[in-house]
Design a protein around this ligand. Structure first.
Ligand code: ATP
Ligand code: MG
Length: 236
């Protein structure tokens, strides 16, 4: 028997946004367990709640009701400062829109999580250059985000999510701007992280070219998980 708790446990998760006097139910009772060492992909049509779900899992957004535990912690119950510390140490997040800081160059952007965790600037930038090299950007470490292509910015965002070796890596469409070869290279790196370090990865994607990297794929629609399968061939 495996008595280990899952890395991520969502129970009857509900998220209702209130905007302009309207209510939008983005998650309508999501139950999902994700194990340590697992690479879970989330698929589903636009607006079905994928970004909302991973934002709650990563403690960026509070749920309306239901439970969400990450490594046994209920992030909702943590005080703001503790939550920020927990996230800085344990979570790497690749946002759908990259969210790079426009005035910092590539290496400086990638260094940010290390600096937040107390690493000296010179050491942080040395490690940032190493990881930028791994994602194929070793020659562009001094470029500002505006001087990089969409795919290059996306790889800077991925390097930033990995640099502090977090236990959870959450990626929102990490290969959307990448050609086939760069996409496979990035997925090789992410997959190796899950396998070697007993980390956990949650990846939102529409990109069928990367489905084969998943351990499991959860299909969402309209705020629900429709099914969870072990291989993309079983999705339809
Ligand atoms: N801040 C917000 N305020 C109000 N409604 C929101 C907000 N963010 C998302 N929504 C709504 O919640 C629902 C789920 O949105 P979400 O961004 O989670 O979808 P998604 O599956 O990530 O879509 P996409 O594939 O287009 O990125 C949508 O109907 C969306 O319009
Ligand atoms: Mg989204």
């Amino acid at each position: 028997m495996n008595a280990k708790p899952p890395a991520i446990r969502c129970q009857n998760l509900v998220k209702i946004y209130e905007a302009g006097g309207q209510q939008v139910t983005a998650l309508n009772g999501v139950d999902l367990d994700i194990a340590m060492g697992e690479l879970m992909m989330l698929v589903g049509p636009s607006g079905c709640g994928k970004t909302t779900l991973i934002s709650i899992i990563a403690g960026i957004l509070d749920q309306t009701s239901g439970g969400c535990e990450l490594f046994g912690e209920n992030l909702l119950a943590l005080r703001n400062k503790d939550k920020l510390l927990f996230r800085a140490e344990n979570i790497g997040f690749v946002f759908q829109a990259y969210n790079l800081l426009p005035t910092l160059n590539a290496a400086e952007n990638v260094s940010v999580p290390l600096i937040i965790n107390g690493v000296k600037r010179a050491e942080a930038e040395r490690r940032a250059k190493q990881i930028l090299d791994k994602v194929g950007l070793g020659a562009r470490t001094k470029a500002l985000p505006a001087e990089l292509s969409g795919g290059q910015q996306q790889r800077v965002a991925i390097a930033r999510a990995l640099i502090h070796d977090p236990r959870l890596i959450v990626c929102d469409e990490p290969t959307s701007a990448l050609d086939h070869e760069s996409g496979q290279k990035v997925m090789d790196i992410l997959k190796a992280v899950a396998l070697d370090h007993q980390r956990v990865l949650v990846i939102v994607t529409h990109d069928a070219r990367i489905f084969n990297f998943a351990d499991r794929i959860a299909e969402m629609d309209d705020g629900h998980i429709l099914k969870v399968v072990n291989s993309a061939a079983k999705l339809k």
